[in-house]
Design a binder for this molecule. Structure first.
Ligand code: MTE
Ligand code: MO
Length: 325
């Protein structure tokens, strides 16, 4: 397989970032202890700890780079795939209502110099929250336009200081059959093994379009959308966007994702949106925009890399995208 070498992270980049974060941590602890007052220059994300619901403070408006109309809040929050809470589109919104997202810990581990287990608030605190309006495409041939709130995954990975052995990143969802009825043995017959696992190549994970989202429509993520923290990779099919993440692991080998394990011929590792490579059971050439296109109206054309080819095509130079689907 042709793999682009992950961007080398020079030590000159690592040391300042490390000192920067230490300083931020010191300032934050000092503020909390009442030793010093609010410090100018702290980002809004540092000033307010991520609330468990409601409006997110200090979200930087990202520049709107697409002309598409944003999908309605109702469709984004009631037409979901989150099999841990059921397989009907409306199941997650009703079944995830009581899902507990606090306290929540995230482990960053594997091939890195600074592995750590974070409380959610500590994990998020160093990063400035930004709105990113992304076109999203499900492998089921429907799409939405969603205003996520989050921060680049690259910042999290840089903070962990990957070693030269790190070639991929593996993500894992919470495993809690008590709270997630879909994880109870045999109940839904999704064919998925739990917990849900996804993966990216390191350079895909480091790409500036790849974000970790904590919110949508300027508010904390509803549980059905993957609270408290989920991955968003807009040029790939939606199943790559793993929800309710508890572990981020830097690894040497390509991870085996839940969908690859369930049906490798249908869901490959790369899962790049590609109108020229059909799903074995249906065409991927067109899609239905939820809330705009009727079930029977002419569907709109699906774009290569979901319309993000200009930004991401170079990641796959020299790869046969029919083989690496
Ligand atoms: N843990 C987990 N993550 C998941 C899924 C899931 O079933 N479990 N479904 C995926 C699929 S198929 C899609 S299309 C998106 C849907 O995200 P949304 O409901 O926020 O639009 O979540 C993805 N992430
Ligand atoms: Mo999906």
């Amino acid at each position: 397989m042709l793999i682009k070498k992950p961007a080398e992270i020079s030590s000159s980049e690592i040391t300042p970032a490390h000192i920067y974060h230490e300083r931020r941590r010191f300032l934050r602890d000092a503020i909390a202890a009442g030793i010093i007052g609010a410090v100018p220059g702290l980002t809004p994300a540092e000033a307010a700890v991520l609330p468990s619901s409601g409006k997110l403070a200090g979200v930087r408006k990202g520049s709107v780079t697409i002309v598409d109309k944003v999908t309605s809040y109702k469709d984004v929050t009631t037409y979901n795939n989150f099999y841990e809470f059921g397989t009907d589109k409306s199941d997650p919104a009703s079944n995830a209502r009581g899902f507990r997202t606090r306290p929540w810990t995230i482990a960053v581990e594997g091939a890195c110099r600074r592995p750590a287990v974070y409380q959610l608030e500590d994990f998020v605190r160093p990063y400035a929250l930004e709105e990113r309006i992304y076109r999203m495409r499900c492998v089921e041939a429907w799409s939405m336009v969603i205003p996520w709130v989050g921060f680049p995954l690259a910042e999290v990975l840089k903070r962990a200081e990957p070693t030269s052995r790190a070639k991929f990143v593996e993500f894992t969802t919470l495993h809690d059959p008590e709270q997630m009825p879909g994880q109870r043995p045999g109940l839904l017959g999704t064919g998925l093994d739990w917990p849900y696992v996804e993966g990216l190549r390191l350079d895909e994970a480091m790409h500036p379009l790849t974000i970790l989202a904590v919110g949508v429509f300027g508010e904390v993520l509803p549980n059905q959308n993957g609270a408290p923290l989920r991955l968003v990779v807009p040029w790939k099919y939606g199943f790559k966007g793993i929800k309710s993440i508890v572990r981020i692991r830097l690894v040497e080998r390509q991870p085996l994702s839940s969908w690859m394990q369930a049906a490798l011929h249908e869901y490959g590792f790369y899962a790049n949106v590609n109108p020229r490579v059909d799903h074995p059971r249906w065409s991927q050439a067109r899609e239905r925009r939820i809330g705009e296109d009727g079930l029977f109206s002419a569907k709109r054309e699906t774009l290569m890399f979901n319309g993000y080819a200009e930004q991401v095509a170079s990641l796959y130079t020299g790869m046969d995208l029919r083989k690496y689907y």
